[in-house]
Design a binder for this molecule. Structure first.
Ligand SMILES: Cc1cc2nc3c(=O)[nH]c(=O)nc-3n(C[C@H](O)[C@H](O)[C@H](O)COP(=O)(O)OP(=O)(O)OC[C@H]3O[C@@H](n4cnc5c(N)ncnc54)[C@H](O)[C@@H]3O)c2cc1C
Length: 431
């Protein structure tokens, strides 16, 4: 039984190599992709790229995830550009000009470090490096604003993406928000300003932005830097509500909700209108609540490490007994430089003394990020579960998924495939 299962998974992994046209195998089998089709197929990530197409807006659905929606009358209208931009549907790596690690993606340099500004380091999720880069780009006038995500002032559990023009605005957005965000939903508005901006978003947001740049030349001219962070997946709004329940706080009482930041990793903190606070440590909030409320597409994501960004940051956890140690301490980021442009930018920041960095060897990343080490390896096995469940497949290309599959333990892959099969979301009728 185990051997038969491994053969099935291995065959699904091998197929693209044997077939002259890998695209054929992984292509979602629809004639013309539509937002409805992507949503029905559970491939939507909620990035908001499609909200730049006519009549599409982003809304939280009944399961607490950000999803595109069109008026009923528009739903049969074709969306020829969608296939080109949707990162839920398609992730294709074309970084053939740079060293590429099968697990960690394109790498020019790897560092650990932090902002040298104590406030930025404290407010940041890990070492505040992303916020520091954004602050420096604004203050040096290399860009006019930063597009980033922060708590929605009208809805403290939610997120809003907006432009910031100064240090104060950037620091207001520092810290991870483990809740749905659609950072690309208003991209056209930012592009229409004709100004330059730095974009900070999840790996899937950056994949979509790179894809959009292929068909919209303004993006390469106006978005000189795309920054990202490692991402283990986007929890539903119900994740944050479940945290509140554990904290015994009513949603209506909350004036401010922070998932982390203010220290490393920092507490999850619900502040009531009367100023009182209820808190939970990171291990409890992410580890026991939020990570159990992820959207399905994140579980088959081939890019949790921001392969398409110029610079990507993550937690440079210290280890204890072979596992990351989440004890509170001064923040430290893992920083992977992926492009020459990112390399020049970080060199400039280091030269100015804005960040302090120490080199890291590629083999050391997995000690800090054991979850991400395994995640990409499991993707093909998990896609095997989609095949077995006769679900539509995303189009993943040139990500070395087959190579990783072949180097992985067959039993472990089988466990992943079976686990995914058991948890396949139901597909609404008509899809
Ligand atoms: C959903 C999610 C999953 C994550 N998973 C991992 C992981 O598996 N491993 C890991 O090491 N790190 C993960 N992180 C990232 C990590 O928590 C830190 O953000 C990262 O180390 C960068 O730290 P920093 O101090 O440089 O960032 P900061 O200076 O704090 O800047 C963080 C930036 O991220 C932006 N941001 C925060 N939340 C969102 C969001 N929901 N959508 C879009 N942009 C957002 C902010 O606007 C800000 O610009 C995750 C973050 C999120 C939001």
């Amino acid at each position: 039984m185990v051997i038969v299962g491994w053969i099935i998974v291995a065959c699904s992994a091998r197929w693209p190599r044997r077939n002259k046209s890998p695209r054929y195998r992984y292509k979602v089998e629809v004639k013309m992709l539509s937002v409805e089709e992507v949503v029905r197929s559970n491939l939507c990530l909620g990035c908001g790229a499609c909200a730049n197409l006519p009549e599409v807006t982003m809304k939280l659905n009944e399961r607490g995830f950000a999803r595109p929606s069109r008026p009923q009358v528009a739903q049969s209208a074709p969306q020829p550009e969608l296939e080109a931009i949707c990162s839920g549907y398609s992730v294709e790596q074309d970084a053939v000009d740079r060293p590429y690690d099968d697990v960690w993606g394109p790498i020019l340099d790897i560092w650990t470090g932090n902002s040298t500004d104590a406030e930025v380091r404290y407010r940041g999720s890990s070492g505040g490096v992303l916020s520091q880069i954004a602050i420096d780009l604004i203050e040096s006038k290399a860009v006019d604003f930063v597009v980033h995500t922060q708590a929605d002032p009208d809805e403290p559990l939610g997120n809003v993406t907006s432009p910031s023009f100064d240090r104060k605005g950037i620091l207001a957005g520092a810290g991870s928000r483990y809740a749905p965000s659609s950072p690309l939903a208003k991209l056209n508005v930012y592009l229409e300003t004709g100004k330059k901006f730095v974009f900070i978003g999840k790996p899937c947001d950056v994949v979509a932005l790179r894809r959009m740049a292929r068909i919209d030349p303004r993006i390469d001219l106006q978005v000189p830097y795309m920054l990202s962070f490692f991402c283990a997946g986007v929890p539903s709004r119900f994740g944050a509500l479940a945290v509140l329940k554990k904290l015994e706080v009513e949603a209506a009482e909350v004036s401010k909700f922070e998932f982390r930041g203010r220290g490393w990793p920092g507490l999850t903190r619900a502040t009531r209108f009367d100023g009182s606070e209820a808190t939970m440590d990171y291990n409890s909030s992410w580890g026991t609540v939020l990570s159990r409320n992820l959207q399905f597409r994140c579980k088959i994501c081939p890019d949790g490490t921001g392969e398409f960004a110029d610079i990507v940051c993550a937690d440079a956890w210290y280890g204890k007994d072979g596992y990351p140690d989440f004890a509170e301490r001064d923040g430290r980021s893992l920083v992977i430089v992926r492009t020459a442009r990112g390399q020049a930018l970080l060199a400039d920041l280091t030269h100015k003394g804005r960040v302090e960095l120490e080199p890291l060897r590629v083999g050391e990343i997995e000690l800090m990020q054991p979850y991400q080490r395994d995640r990409k390896r499991a993707v093909l096995a998990r896609l095997g579960a989609l095949v077995a469940g006769r679900r539509k497949l995303p189009n993943y290309r040139n990500l070395r998924l087959s190579a990783l599959t072949w180097r992985s333990n067959p039993l472990w892959l089988l466990k992943n495939a079976l686990g995914t099969f058991r948890r396949l979301p139901s597909t609404p009728p008509g899809s």
